[in-house]
Design a protein around this ligand. Structure first.
Ligand SMILES: [Cu+2]
Length: 122
């Protein structure tokens, strides 16, 4: 390895940029979309991550603007895409804004979390 490359590799390691660290499940796409508005209540929340997630250890919680949590069913992954976590909503959402909080455990066991909001149009 040339010194320049070695230095870059060491710097990357020092900054935690090893390939394993970069493989954390981060949100790529959500339905309803992050910050989006939908015209009717969705029947589930779907989040596609950058890598496969473990449905047993990952969760998606939904809360209304007043803080009340929305009842959800068991989280599962899309049978055709293990990176998409799906949680069914047990009741239809009334118009308003909702906050989705997610905790993901990727197949490499790394944990990530985040949240976003969406709006159901009146
Ligand atoms: Cu990881």
């Amino acid at each position: 390895m040339r010194p320049k490359f070695l230095f870059a590799a060491m710097l990357g390691f020092a900054l935690g940029l090893s390939p394993a660290a970069m493989a954390h499940a981060i949100l790529v796409k959500a339905v309803p979309a992050v910050g989006g508005t939908v015209s009717a209540s969705p029947s589930d929340i779907r989040i596609t991550f950058s890598e496969g997630v473990e449905p047993r250890f990952s969760k998606i919680a939904v809360a209304a603007a007043d803080g009340r949590s929305v009842e959800t069913g068991t989280a599962n992954v899309d049978p055709t895409n293990p990176a998409t976590l799906i949680v069914p909503l047990k009741t239809a959402l009334q118009p308003g804004s909702y906050k989705v909080t997610w905790h993901a455990v990727s197949v490499d066991t790394h944990k990530t979390e985040g949240s976003f909001s969406f709006t159901v149009k009146p």
